[in-house]
Design a protein around this ligand. Structure first.
Ligand code: HXC
Length: 283
């Protein structure tokens, strides 16, 4: 689908790139010729990821950095710029989340998730943006948000919903402000893509998971490859005129709130169609 050198000449930092969707995006970017920097809090995880990412033959480095720490993020950018002789792309992927009734949240629980999601994205974006602007270079920023960042929010994940909504606002604000510097800022809003991080924290039982699956019109979860392809496209020269955009990739899950969509879950499609025919005859 992509030419194998689609991302050649790029150096892309993926926050939280040691596992899950971050690692999947890293593999796709490396396969398409990009050098890769990943950061996270757990060194062992990052070391294993570098081993996997190195298979594609591009340069790969890891940085043990907590995105909540502005100074540490600045130091990481300095190191990346020295080691890779520059940086062209940033994927704000690092996230934190857990299920909780909002009245039971502690202030620190709320703060922790918002710090990772919103402040972490700001910290990386601010350092990266300043580097690009000071050096008159163009670049790409991709923010991984969620489908509940917009519109409805979501019960039981209040800190994440608030943090991700902030990241979405940042995406649109900076896309306008930094277009002048040839910096594109886009977002992907993934629906359910199985990862250990999300699944262990958000699906406490098999029953919850089954119920969740029922609300996805496509009838399945996403494959990492599908999201990685979209990310590669947005980070590449194939999308130079796209900025400020949020692309939802969720098998139609977000549309499940349509006013009459619920009837589909009450009976089989065959029965439903029979009723519609009967109603037509009666009208
Ligand atoms: C209530 C909780 C909690 C829980 C932690 N806290 N887990 N409160 N329910 N399950 C509270 C703690 O009590 C503490 O507050 C505060 O949060 C900080 O907790 P720590 O464990 O000290 O923080 P830390 O080690 O930094 O861990 C951060 C984390 C953790 C967010 C809590 O879950 C984490 O590291 N997550 C990273 C990976 C992740 O979450 N991936 C999922 C992303 S999925 P007090 O007051 O007690 O000190 C995603 C997309 C969703 O975002 C879409 C999927 C379909």
């Amino acid at each position: 689908m992509f030419k194998e050198d689609t991302l050649k000449g790029n150096t892309i930092l993926i926050t939280g790139g040691g596992s899950g969707l971050g690692l999947s995006m890293g593999k796709k970017f490396a396969e398409l010729g990009s050098d890769i920097a990943i950061c996270g809090r757990t060194e062992k995880k990052l070391q294993n990821a570098v081993e996997e990412l190195s298979e594609f033959g591009t340069e790969v480095q890891y940085y043990v950095t907590d995105v909540r720490d502005y100074e540490a993020v600045g130091k990481m950018f300095e190191e990346i710029i020295n080691e890779f002789k520059g940086i062209t792309g940033l994927v704000n992927n690092a996230a934190g989340n857990f299920l909780s009734a909002s009245e039971d949240l502690t202030p620190n629980g709320f703060k922790t998730v918002v710090d990772i999601v919103l402040h972490g994205s700001f910290n990386c974006t601010h350092h990266f943006g300043n580097y690009l602007i000071d050096n008159k270079k163009e670049g790409n920023i991709l923010n991984i948000v969620t489908t509940y960042a917009e519109d409805a929010g979501s019960a039981f994940v209040l800190p994440s919903a608030c943090g991700k909504a902030g990241v979405l606002a940042m995406t649109r604000s900076l896309a306008f402000e930094w277009a002048e510097y040839n910096i594109r800022v886009n977002a992907i809003a993934p629906g359910p893509f199985p990862t250990e991080g999300a699944w262990t924290r958000l699906f406490p039982t098999k029953k919850v998971e089954k119920k969740y699956l029922e609300k996805i019109p496509a009838g399945r979860y996403g494959n990492h490859e599908e999201l990685a392809n979209l990310a590669a496209f947005l980070m590449s020269d194939m999308a130079p005129y796209i900025t400020g955009e949020t692309v939802t990739i969720d098998g139609g899950e977000k549309l499940s709130g349509g006013q009459f969509n619920f009837v589909d879950s009450m009976m089989s499609r065959g029965k439903l169609k029979a009723i519609f025919k009967m109603m037509k005859k009666m009208s």
